[in-house]
Design a protein around this ligand. Structure first.
Ligand code: PGA
Length: 247
């Protein structure tokens, strides 16, 4: 059985006092939730949030470099994230790919580096609206998965969380239907079964992300291959995020 995982991606939001307040309130509201709960906060808040000693909420970063250290001005390394006790790191979010030029190969390097440092990667994949309209969703997402998992053995692969996030559904209020999300998530699992085997593919958690809110989470989570959600906008308000966590 896969444990559902609901992760909040705060993106570039929240000052330190706001971050601390949000996590304290969230912790109270989700204490008894069955799903695993993750908050991916900005770098500047991570060590302070870790110091809160939260029980239920696990913490993650939103990006990292793949090198352990080096002359990479402005970057943060896997070693540094391990240092501040991160459980997770989001890799290859579509905003990183589109705005900051991250390639599938970089996503693969970062995924390998996270696993090497004992941090579980949440690897994002997904198509643009043009790509969907052109019927390219399946080959594109399949290719993203194949490259992301390149060189990762089955024992490590099961620690990876995949987030299917159609770009056209992110921050737009337009959610993929539960059927559309299920279709792609099932295809991702079939791809993982091709790369590894049935058992490994069944053990890997695959989230959906893109305008997830309290009103649509239940329908999404009812689907066989949707094991959780990566939540942007609706994760900023503890009440909304708690409602999603307790779908
Ligand atoms: P959204 O963002 O929930 O605001 O659509 C999701 C994401 O970017 O991970």
């Amino acid at each position: 059985m896969r444990t559902p995982i609901i992760a909040g991606n705060w993106k570039m939001h929240k000052t330190l006092p706001e971050a601390i307040e949000a996590c304290r309130r969230l912790e109270e509201m989700v204490e008894d939730a069955k799903a695993e709960v993750v908050v991916c906060a900005p770098f500047t808040a991570l060590s302070a949030l870790k110091a809160l000693g939260l029980n239920k909420i696990k913490l993650g970063a939103q990006n990292m470099h793949f090198a352990r250290e080096g002359a990479f001005t402005g970057e943060v390394s896997p070693l540094m994230l391990r240092d501040v006790g991160m459980d997770y790191v989001i890799i290859g979010h579509s905003e990183r790919r589109e705005i900051f030029g991250e390639t599938d190969e970089m996503v693969n390097s970062k995924t390998l580096a996270a696993l090497d440092h004992g941090i579980d990667p949440i690897v994002c994949v997904g198509e643009s609206l043009d790509q969907r309209k052109a019927g390219e969703t399946e080959p594109l997402v399949k290719g993203q998965i194949q490259t992301a998992f390149d060189g990762i053995g089955a024992a490590e692969a099961v620690k990876v969380v995949v987030a299917y996030e159609p770009i056209w559904a992110i921050g737009t209020g337009e959610t993929a239907t539960a059927e559309q999300a299920q279709e792609v998530n099932a295809m991702i699992r079939a791809t993982l079964a091709e790369i590894y085997d049935h058992e490994t593919a069944e053990a890997i958690r695959i989230q959906y992300g893109g305008s997830v809110k309290p009103a649509n989470i239940t329908e999404l989570m009812d689907k066989e291959d949707i094991d959780g959600a990566l939540v942007g906008g609706a994760s900023l308000k503890p009440e909304d995020f708690a409602a999603i966590v307790k779908y």
